[in-house]
Design a binder for this molecule. Structure first.
Ligand SMILES: CC(C)(COP(=O)(O)OP(=O)(O)OC[C@H]1O[C@@H](n2cnc3c(N)ncnc32)[C@H](O)[C@@H]1OP(=O)(O)O)[C@@H](O)C(=O)NCCC(=O)NCCS
Length: 161
């Protein structure tokens, strides 16, 4: 059963909850940790789903990267709430920002290939991505030779004039 909870843009009061969610996943090696200072500074990139208890159930960011390219990142659903459509909801909310930003291509680096394939993403060679994306990765202990994440990609097509 999909949870029909509201999805909205994140605000400053959400950041500590987002930070705790991301830290928990980062400690399990599922994504890069994000410092509070980074999250406060990039809060406008984030969407969240709020659970009925007022806590953040899911968060995700669309980060503008280069020309018409954006990255879906910092995606987490609270562990006990997974497989109820919240991941899809928060990623689709991020994708809704693409048109206004003129982002026409979106990628993610992930271990969750099946999830992204359900959302219409396809696997691409990491080497096809511009060098700019490695600015975060250079701080990762697995960079460059031990990176075991998969690059997934979605082409949103040309802009409607
Ligand atoms: C990846 C993650 C965000 C998915 O969130 P979720 O709320 O469980 O996903 P949804 O319920 O919206 O699933 C959407 C689709 O993907 C499928 N799916 C989700 N997780 C899956 C999994 N582990 N294996 C297979 N299919 C999966 C669902 O069945 C669903 O398919 P459908 O719409 O065709 O029925 C969540 O598992 C998570 O937070 N993982 C830990 C953090 C992480 O790995 N983040 C990704 C970093 S890029």
């Amino acid at each position: 059963m999909a949870y029909d909870w509201p999805v909205r843009k994140a605000h400053m009061d959400d950041v500590k909850d987002m930070h705790a969610l991301l830290l928990d996943c980062a400690q399990k090696g599922l994504l890069l940790p994000r410092a509070l200072i980074f999250l406060y500074g990039h809060v406008r990139n984030f969407w969240v789903v709020e659970a009925p208890d007022g806590r953040i159930a899911a968060c995700c960011a669309l980060a503008p990267v280069w020309e018409d390219l954006g990255e879906i990142c910092s995606l987490v659903v609270r562990e006990e709430l997974r497989r109820h459509g919240l991941g899809r909801k928060v990623v689709e909310a991020c994708m809704s920002d693409c048109e206004a930003l003129h982002i026409r291509r979106v990628f993610s680096l992930t271990y969750q290939v099946v999830f992204f394939s359900r959302l219409g993403y396809e696997i691409i060679d990491k080497g096809a991505l511009p060098q700019k994306i490695w600015s975060d990765c250079v701080h990762c202990a697995k960079y460059p030779d031990c990176c075991d994440e998969t690059a997934v990609f979605k082409d949103l097509g040309s802009r409607k004039e």
